[in-house]
Design a binder for this molecule. Structure first.
Ligand SMILES: [Zn+2]
Length: 291
């Protein structure tokens, strides 16, 4: 566990997404929950060790399983974007187990069995654009960004100069684009770069700064440029997917090469169809996804 600034903690080492906790003097506000019950228990113990405040709210930055699976073990007052509500309701222990098997195949059977006991917590408070929490000494602004998923939101502590980006930003790794609107994602990263924050807690990877955010924006801009060029030359979706290679842009863990390639291809395909849609829809090839 890292203390990002006095009373603000995050854990970046566990399987799944980063998790954070903000003490306020009037209760702890959690940001996302660990993927595994084992880690949720450790997280709770670590927070008990550093603070005697109760856990009061839990903000989910998006509805992906790796951000919300153990909400039910930590807090029943969940705050999330309105569009996360139906996505939460569509998940259950069976879905969680499937996702863990697909994305974390190395996880041992006992941990997987614990996952079968989990249930999503339907949001206690939902918001559309922005929500401010003024608790004790702390002001927290939850701001809808979209991009990574339609529901993705960031949490800004303006007085502390800290921004929790959820998966709008991931540090030094390829992002997961499967639910993304990549053009909106570029805009969201630009918006983040204009915010006041010295320290960025990304959805995945180490605590970083705006330089890291700018690098991810350029990754998507470069992808957009290459896709546009090939499309202008008359390439169809499949040709574009085959020819735009972003693999060397970020480091890739050993053993994750094939999955990373498939994520990149997914992103390139989405970029192709989203660019075509933004230009009036003429260039969409049959079978292209609609968003
Ligand atoms: Zn996500």
């Amino acid at each position: 566990m890292i203390e990002v600034t006095r009373g603000v903690y995050c854990e970046t080492e566990w399987e799944g997404a980063n998790v954070s906790a903000v003490t306020t003097g009037e209760g702890i506000v959690l940001i996302d929950s660990p993927m595994l019950p084992r880690d949720a228990r450790v997280w709770k113990q670590e927070l008990l060790r550093v603070s005697d405040e109760p856990i009061t709210f839990l903000i989910n930055t998006d509805y992906h399983f790796d951000h919300m699976m153990t909400d039910c073990l930590l807090c029943d007052r969940v705050i999330a974007h309105l569009l996360a509500e139906p996505a939460f309701a569509a998940q259950d222990a069976e879905v969680f187990e499937q996702m863990v098997s697909v994305f974390f195949p190395q996880i041992d059977p006992q941990l997987k069995a614990e996952v079968r006991e989990l249930q999503p917590v339907s949001p206690f408070i939902s918001f559309a654009e922005r929500l401010a929490l003024n608790m004790g000494s702390r002001r927290m602004e939850i701001i809808h960004m979209g991009g990574h998923t339609p529901a993705t939101s960031v949490v800004h502590l303006p007085e502390d100069g800290i921004l929790f980006t959820g998966d709008v930003h991931v540090h030094e790794r390829h992002p997961f684009p499967g639910d993304g609107n990549l053009l909106q994602w570029i805009d969201a990263l630009g918006r983040i770069e204009r915010m006041e924050a010295e320290r960025i807690v990304p959805g995945h990877g180490n605590v970083c700064d705006m330089k890291s955010v700018a690098r991810l924006r350029r990754y998507f801009e470069e992808m957009k440029e290459r896709v546009s060029d090939l499309t202008a030359k008359g390439c169809d979706r499949e040709e574009v997917e085959n020819r735009v290679d972003m693999f060397s842009y970020f480091p890739v863990d050993a053993g994750k090469e094939a999955r990373t390639q498939s994520f990149i291809r997914l992103g390139v395909g989405r970029m192709f169809s989203q660019l075509a849609e933004s230009q009036g829809g003429q260039a969409v090839s049959p079978g292209a996804d609609s968003n």
